[in-house]
Write a protein that binds this ligand. Structure first.
Ligand SMILES: [Zn+2]
Length: 77
């Protein structure tokens, strides 16, 4: 009878550990997208950068204000 209880405790322990391990895996940053943000490309120099760091002008993205201005200067000529 004592053996049965030991086996039951062992099985419960294994299940608990597996569940905890799986939850630990779910919590690791690798399972989530590290770049939650979408990347955009500078229309002037082609640099990739996060959308929040970019400058959006005339439905195009730029890495900095200089490139936005340069791009518009090129295209307004
Ligand atoms: Zn640029």
């Amino acid at each position: 009878m004592a053996k049965l209880i030991l086996i039951a405790i062992a099985v419960w322990l294994i299940i608990t550990l597996l569940r905890r391990y799986r939850r630990h895996l779910d919590d690791t940053p690798q399972s989530r997208s590290p770049m939650g943000e979408s990347m955009v490309q500078c229309a002037h120099c082609g640099l990739h950068l996060p959308e929040s760091d970019s400058i959006c002008a005339a439905q195009q993205y730029f890495c900095c204000q200089d490139h936005a201005d340069a791009h518009h200067a090129q295209h307004s000529r």
